[in-house]
Design a protein around this ligand. Structure first.
Ligand code: 4AD
Ligand code: MG
Length: 463
């Protein structure tokens, strides 16, 4: 018999013969009848399988342990118990895969750290099932949003010879024999004999190539993995994370902020509209204020706050007795405690912070007339901190070159980027949304390692 997914069975009318396949969540037996909760990942909800003990071999029923994989045939009937409309009155049960008592997801209420150590099996739990379905739905929301708004999905390379953010925290890519590295007379490693004939690394951002796309196609977006070898062991950083980077010709700072806000709200609304069961589960089990917080974001207009005003607010707070671990004088990069103070305590809503000192931002941002600040537009979120980093781009060749030279950057790997400013340069802007940070917000999870199937962090590349 053809298998029906549990999500469809739960919505079906009782009366027909059905086949369900899935993994046992629980099995309890009384004298005459066994109840098996079966889940196949199509929904957070289980289907209840009812088996009359008299009709089944005792030895078979013993194999139906938590985690075992079953194929069940039977009649879909109205359920007398509360909690589900239908259940399966089993006529045949086949154990496809047994599951012994050493199954690591056996017990309920294991810590998240324990789950991370068993990341290959944690996907079979309710919580990780819910998170992964929401993750999928957010990816669909993102593609739908951009497609509907006339953006083109643009594929930028993962292997690159340039450092977009200029932070130097890149993973090198080489086919050189590390046990026998050739060096030149100055002790420098030579790369002309390497695979690409030049030093290459995994990209930290697709933005620079994205700008090439936007200044030809008008508006593009990327959606792919990015890599950062920053040794930040925090609940907000991964060494491999997914980033969405839209880039738009003819956008100014106002247009950019409007897009950032509209886009995030669209994603949150999509989650509320399409992931109801999973959100209700997470709201119950993980974070009792989750749905309220998601709905709250939709109602609020994001605050638009120049960095300088933000510093003033923080200084005022310090005067009134607020203690921060890190300093926040004009020119300092804000620490997450500062961002969270502004968002969670002062404004109590998302903040788009703008016009940062040029010393703390990347080279490509458009310089303001004051000569001191750049047109960055980061979005700061409650519980997350920075969720989007964006900016208007410097379109003037001379100003961009001046900034590159001031920073002492090497332009040999950037010549193609500079050409956009030489030929038909145009005002343009873009941003990067950290996909996992969005998933953190939407699921209410606390640790970024728990919203990607197989996290890559310092000292951890298992699975
Ligand atoms: O602020 P970032 O570094 O900006 C850029 O890379 C720009 N090139 C984006 C652009 O304008 N096209 O990174 C963008 C976002 C951050 O706001 C954050 O959400 C996320 O990427 N992010 C990380 N997420 C997880 N782990 C990390 N190590 C991250 N670093 C940045
Ligand atoms: Mg940033």
């Amino acid at each position: 018999m053809k298998r029906t997914k549990i999500i469809d069975l739960l919505a079906a009318q009782p009366g027909s013969e059905v086949c369900a396949k899935g993994w046992v969540r629980s099995h309890r037996g009384s004298k005459n009848v066994d109840f098996i909760a079966l889940n196949d990942g199509s929904t957070i909800k289980n289907i209840q399988v009812v088996a009359d003990a008299a009709k089944f071999d005792e030895e078979l029923l013993k194999l139906i342990t938590t985690g075992a994989c079953l194929s069940v045939e039977g009649q879909l009937v109205e359920s007398v118990g509360s909690g589900q409309a239908v259940e399966i009155q089993a006529t045949a049960i086949e154990v496809l895969g047994t599951c012994g008592a050493d199954y690591p997801m056996q017990k309920k209420g294991q810590s998240f750290e324990y789950m991370r150590q068993h990341a290959h099996m944690r996907l079979r739990t309710n919580t990780f099932g819910a998170i992964m379905r929401i993750r999928h739905n957010m990816a669909m929301a993102i593609h739908t949003y951009f497609h509907d708004h006339g953006f083109f999905y643009f594929h930028t390379p993962l292997i690159t010879a340039s450092d977009c953010e200029g932070a130097g925290n890149m993973f090198q890519v080489t086919t050189k024999n590390l046990y026998d590295l050739q060096k030149d007379e100055n002790g420098q490693i030579t790369y002309d004999d390497d695979f690409f004939g030049t030093q290459t690394a995994l990209t930290v951002s697709g933005q620079l190539e994205g700008e090439l796309g936007a200044t030809a196609l008008g508006q593009i977006y990327t959606f792919g993995p990015t890599f950062r070898a920053e040794n930040s062991n925090t609940p907000r950083h991964l060494a491999e994370f997914w980033m969405i980077e839209p880039e738009m010709a003819f956008y100014d700072k106002q247009d950019l902020m409007d897009l950032e806000e509209d886009f995030i709200k669209y994603c949150v609304r999509w989650a509320l509209d399409n992931c109801k069961d999973d959100l209700e589960f997470l709201n119950k089990m993980i974070d009792k204020t989750l749905i309220e917080r998601l709905e709250g974001v939709l109602k609020e207009s994001f605050v638009r706050l120049p960095y300088t005003e933000g510093i003033n607010i923080l200084q005022e707070a310090i005067k009134n007795g607020k203690k921060f671990e890190f300093p926040c004088n004009w020119g300092d990069d804000l620490a997450s405690e500062h961002e969270r103070y502004l968002v969670e305590e002062h404004f109590k809503k998302p903040v788009i912070m703008t016009d940062y000192p040029k010393e703390i931002k990347a080279f490509y941002m458009k310089l303001n007339d004051d000569g001191k600040t750049m047109q960055g537009t980061d979005v700061l979120f409650p519980a997350i901190g920075e969720i989007i980093g964006g900016s208007v781009r410097e379109e003037s060749y001379d100003k961009l070159m001046a900034e590159i030279n001031r920073r002492g950057m090497d332009t040999t790997t950037l010549w193609w980027y500079l050409d956009t400013r030489r030929w038909g340069s145009c005002p343009h802007a873009g941003f990067g949304l950290g996909f996992e940070r969005l998933i953190l917000f939407v699921t209410g999870m606390q640790n970024i390692r728990d919203v990607i199937p197989f996290p890559r962090t310092p000292k951890n590349a298992a699975f």
